[in-house]
Design a binder for this molecule. Structure first.
Ligand code: ZN
Length: 426
């Protein structure tokens, strides 16, 4: 892996394709699985998890993806190097009975998933994606992914003439009434949302027995700015980290560690689910890989968990919201995150390991800490490191507009992050 300008741009272009292929967590898993297969990883069943067999393995389940490389000669006490990220992003999700027609419009009832910047979803051309459950042969429940990139949905904002105070008092949106997307006008023969979904999925309406569907931005991701210094894309938090971690793991050959990437769902809503970071699947998998209890304890004591999740760059229009001594620049390199109250996991030892890895990778880094008088975000880092008793650090690429429908990052940072993660994994 090299650190020249063309590598930065090529990696960024790969990230744009990854994001546009992955409008939902289920698509992140599908896109990520394809990347892994292309790099020689073999899918295994979560029920028969690897017992430390050397080689490249992965497990895909719903919105979670776990992949690992066991080097030749590994023993039960071979330590782990694990990079974790999350596959979900804040968005709007369809209610089980989504029809919310009124005043001549066909509309959809939606729930708000995670910490959405609601205003950013207004006046955009929106598509629909996720998965449906269909009746399989012998009464099995099968999953079919759905991805409709045609702009079939829109949430029109109220005109300023009908909301005169908006620029002085701010935009107030009621989640029940004001963010229901319209997808057509009512008419006797109008298609329903299920007609559209089943046609896109190629299944019969009678066979649909469940759905996890969500709304996404249909504008293609792209490099923007006069010198293309910026990435404009949805879901950079946290698909940027997913893509960097998978790219780094794909390049690992024979490490001294068992190198692993774990991409969990449901981080934006607290991580407590079967496929969220609080699941016991990861402890069980690591134990199964080690094989015996004494060796496993020794392995964990010498292991490292790297929580990769985007960081806040200093906003030029709101510098007062940021810690003045910790300016975070786009294209300034990966950001190590600190919080004395353990919202981030970094400590002096993991900071030292991070800095040595960055030196070896030839990558510049930055250090983030919140203003003391403002609340701090968090990541899957504290949850996973507590579950495993594993030393950890929190790192992420800087970005602006976190949790907007359309986010902004630097073009160079994702490749530098990949180089750093590759060093930390090996
Ligand atoms: Zn995140």
């Amino acid at each position: 892996m090299t650190s020249d300008r063309s590598s930065h741009a090529a990696h960024a272009q790969g990230l744009l394709r990854f994001i546009d292929s992955s409008p939902s967590p289920f698509h992140v898993v599908a896109t990520g699985s394809e990347m892994l297969r292309g790099a020689g990883f073999v899918e295994t069943d979560i029920g028969v998890m690897s017992n430390g067999q050397p080689g490249r393995h992965f497990v895909a389940r719903d919105g979670a993806l776990l992949a690992w490389v066991v080097p030749d000669g590994a023993t039960s006490s071979t330590p782990f190097r694990v990079v974790g990220a999350h596959t979900d992003s804040p968005n709007l999700r369809l209610k089980p009975e989504p029809t919310a027609n009124g005043f001549g419009y066909r509309r959809l009832g939606v729930e708000v998933y995670g910490g959405v910047l609601l205003n950013s979803w207004l006046d955009r051309d929106l598509g629909l994606s996720g998965r449906i459950a269909v009746r399989g042969a012998d009464d099995t429940v099968d999953q079919v992914l759905v991805k409709i990139d045609d702009p079939i949905l829109r949430i029109p904002q109220l005109a300023i003439h009908l909301d005169r105070d908006i620029n002085d008092k701010g935009l107030l949106l009621n989640k029940q009434h004001h963010v229901a997307p319209v997808f057509g006008l009512t008419s006797p023969n109008a298609s329903t949302i299920w007609d559209v979904v089943t046609a896109a999925a190629g299944v019969s309406a009678n066979d649909v027995i469940g759905a996890d569907l969500m709304v996404h931005d249909t504008q293609s991701s792209q490099l923007i700015g006069v010198d293309e210094e910026f990435i404009s894309a949805p879901r950079l938090d946290n698909q940027l980290s997913c893509h960097a971690a998978l790219t780094a793991l794909s390049g690992v050959s024979n490490s001294d560690h068992i190198a692993m990437v774990v991409l969990f769902d449901h981080e934006e809503v607290g991580s407590v689910s079967a496929t969220g970071a609080a699941t016991n699947s990861l402890p069980l998998l690591l134990e199964a890989i080690s094989g015996d209890a004494a060796g496993h304890a020794a392995a964990l004591a010498d292991s490292l968990f790297v929580s990769a999740d985007n960081a806040h760059a200093t906003h030029p229009n709101y510098p007062e919201r940021h810690e003045p001594a910790h300016h975070i620049a786009l294209n300034g390199g990966p950001v190590l995150k600190h919080n004395a109250n353990q919202r981030y996991t970094t400590d002096a030892i993991s900071e030292g390991m991070f800095k040595l890895a960055a030196e070896r990778a030839g990558v510049s880094t930055q250090a983030f800490v919140n203003r003391t008088d403002m609340g701090c975000g968090s990541t899957i880092g504290p949850t996973v490191s507590a579950l495993l008793g594993m030393r950890a650090l929190d790192v992420g690429c800087p970005q602006l507009a976190m949790h907007s429908c359309r986010e902004l990052a630097g073009t160079n940072d994702p490749w530098d992050m990949t180089l750093l993660l590759a060093e930390l994994l090996s």
